[in-house]
Each structure stands twice: as structure tokens, then as C-alpha cells.
Design a protein around this ligand. Structure first.
Ligand code: GRF
Length: 188
């Protein structure tokens, strides 16, 4: 996928805090990194992640919340910026199957559980309630079914008796930051 001497161009879609975006940008600055974050799109105007993009002089856009508007503009920007991979990082919308088909480049997502366990929201609460011994995160390809595409990387962590959803989320978020960059380097 990577042409000689050129880095794969990645777009990151966000909706909020953007700590995974930040980790992806940080990793991309390493000499050995094979990708570059060239575009950041947010469906929320106040997403903190947009600040990281600005600080790093990465093209960034807030696109209004209606999904069809977001997808149409995203398709155009992806073509204009010659994006080769999309990474969803805390992007809280479900992309339409039409967009997934049309965009025709790989789309990755990071999910805070050991998929196929705990698809959907509130994974940490549910992991503790279900008395799982382990949880973690999964980087996977996005397909038309929620949190169901092929896994690229998983990282797991033990759930301690003393854990609550907040402590577990913190531990897993640290793993996410490593896992996302690793997964991206693996596939480019
Ligand atoms: C992460 O826990 C990610 O797994 C989930 O949403 C959260 C986003 O965090 N999909 P951030 O915006 O990257 O800090």
C-alpha cells in the first residue's frame, strides 16, 4: 500500500477528547513510522481533538452533525487529500453502508473491549458487571455491522477486584494508545 519513500495518508474521525488521535499523531512523528495523519474530521464543533490537529498543523474540519452531510463532505475531502486509510477514534456515529462502500479505502476503529465480547457502549461497566477476569481493547476493520469487522490487534488487561469502570477505563485507554499505532503500522 505504501509507495517508496512516501507515508500512507491517514484521516482520523473524532467526536470528542481525541486522546487516541493524539497518540496516533505522536507515533507518526517517529522516523520509522509509515503513516502520516493528513486530515482530521469531527462531527462536534467543540471536540478537544480538533485542538491537537490545529497545534500540529493538520487540516481539520468540523462538519455538521447530520450524517448524510458529514459523509458527503468527508468523501470529497478524502479524495482531495488523497487519503488512503480512515481511523475512527472515539467517533460516535455509525457510518452508513453506502459510505463504507463508496469510500473504498480501509476504515479502522478502536473499541474498548475484547471483541466479540461487549460490542456497543458502556463496555467497562458491563465487563465488571459480568465479572469478566479480563478486558482490553480491539483495533478492527469497520464493516457494515457494528464492532464486527476483522480484528487487527487486541491488548488485554486483568480486571482487579478493586477496579471500577473509571479505573478500568484508564488502564484500557493507555493500552488503546499503543494498540492503535501498532495496528496502523502493521497494515500500512
Ligand atoms: C476510546 O475509549 C475508544 O475506544 C472509544 O471512545 C474512546 C475515545 O477516546 N471508541 P478518545 O477521544 O480517543 O480520547
Amino acid at each position: 500500500m505504501v509507495a517508496l519513500n512516501s507515508k500512507s495518508k491517514v484521516a482520523v474521525f473524532i467526536s470528542g477528547r481525541g486522546s487516541n488521535l493524539k497518540a496516533l499523531i505522536k507515533n507518526s512523528k517517529l522516523k520509522r513510522s509509515k503513516y502520516k495523519v493528513s486530515l482530521v474530521l469531527s462531527n462536534k464543533s467543540n471536540a478537544k481533538g480538533l485542538d491537537f490537529a490545529k497545534k500540529n498543523k493538520i487540516k481539520n474540519y468540523f462538519i455538521e452533525k447530520k450524517l448524510s452531510t458529514f459523509e458527503n463532505r468527508a468523501l470529497k475531502l478524502i479524495r482531495i487529500h488523497k487519503i488512503q486509510i480512515i481511523c475512527l477514534a472515539g467517533f460516535m456515529r455509525i457510518l452508513s453502508s453506502n459510505f463504507i462502500k463508496k469510500v473504498s479505502i480501509p476504515i479502522l476503529n478502536i473499541h474498548p473491549s475484547l471483541l466479540p465480547k461487549l460490542k456497543g457502549l458502556n463496555t467497562h461497566e458491563r465487563a465488571i458487571k459480568a465479572k469478566y477476569k479480563f478486558s482490553g481493547c480491539t483495533v478492527h476493520y469497520v464493516n457494515e455491522k457494528l464492532d464486527s469487522g476483522k480484528t487487527i490487534i487486541q491488548k488485554k488487561v486483568k480486571i482487579l477486584k478493586s477496579d471500577n469502570p473509571i479505573t478500568l477505563a484508564k488502564k484500557i485507554l493507555k493500552l488503546e494508545h499503543k494498540a492503535y499505532a501498532e495496528a496502523l503500522e502493521k497494515i500500512v
